[in-house]
Design a protein around this ligand. Structure first.
Ligand SMILES: [Ca+2]
Ligand SMILES: [Ca+2]
Length: 217
């Protein structure tokens, strides 16, 4: 499983499956449980929504402890890059990896409504509580920042066109050293716009893009 596959597998899952589950996910006891397994002595910055995180993680079924995913055992063995809090990973991880230090390790228990939902997602069965053990290796202030928006917005007109987003994805794939063909980027761009272009004008405004809140703009 490649790095991009995981990022976009969660991304697609979010779009096609979990988003639907979210509508009914507000049960009062449906919470993410976080246990800190290791906390480094020095913690100078903590993760927040919109940061770009690099992490290794193992996924287990709570029911029997069987492992369904391990980032260290994938073909590449590379830790994963993803943006926190924007649905690139399941909701439970978006919540469970907040306010975390580089070097910290956590055990995060996620109810099905914040994981893979009523339907599950092979190999995770329907209605499964899952447990992730995550080691956060690195964090940078990420692509959902105003700095990143400006970087994507090449002509500086404060809107993002599909071509600008596609160019950014090409850059991202290059950074992750992953080869993808053009149709892949087209599909991702289509998905990104379907999720974010709320007024349907074919571009992403600052407001549509910046899911982090607008007080920093
Ligand atoms: Ca632009
Ligand atoms: Ca728009």
């Amino acid at each position: 499983m490649s790095v991009l596959f995981l990022i976009y597998a969660f991304f697609c899952l979010q779009t096609h499956t979990v988003l639907i589950e979210f509508a009914v996910a507000s049960e009062p006891n449906e919470e993410v449980k976080i246990e800190v397994l290791y906390m480094p002595e020095n913690c100078t910055k903590k993760s927040k929504r919109g940061d770009l995180l690099n992490a290794h993680y193992d996924g287990y079924l709570a029911k029997d402890g069987s492992q369904f995913y391990c980032s260290r055992k994938t073909k590449s063995g590379h830790p994963h890059w993803f943006v926190l809090g924007v649905g690139e990973v399941i909701k439970g991880l978006d919540l469970g990896l907040d306010n975390m230090c580089p070097g910290e390790r956590r055990k995060i228990t996620v109810p099905p409504s914040l994981a893979f939902g009523e339907k599950g997602k092979d190999p995770v069965p329907p209605n499964a509580t899952v447990v992730f053990e995550v080691e956060l290796l690195h964090l940078t202030r990420g692509p959902r920042s105003i700095e990143a928006f400006k970087e994507i917005d090449r002509d500086n007109d404060k809107t993002l066109t599909k071509e600008e987003v596609k160019e950014f994805l090409r850059w991202e794939a290059k950074r992750l050293d992953t080869k993808k063909d053009e149709s892949y980027f087209d599909d991702v761009v289509k998905d990104v716009f379907r999720r974010n272009d709320h007024d349907g004008d074919g571009t992403l405004s600052l407001k549509e893009y910046n899911v982090l809140g607008h007080d920093e703009l």
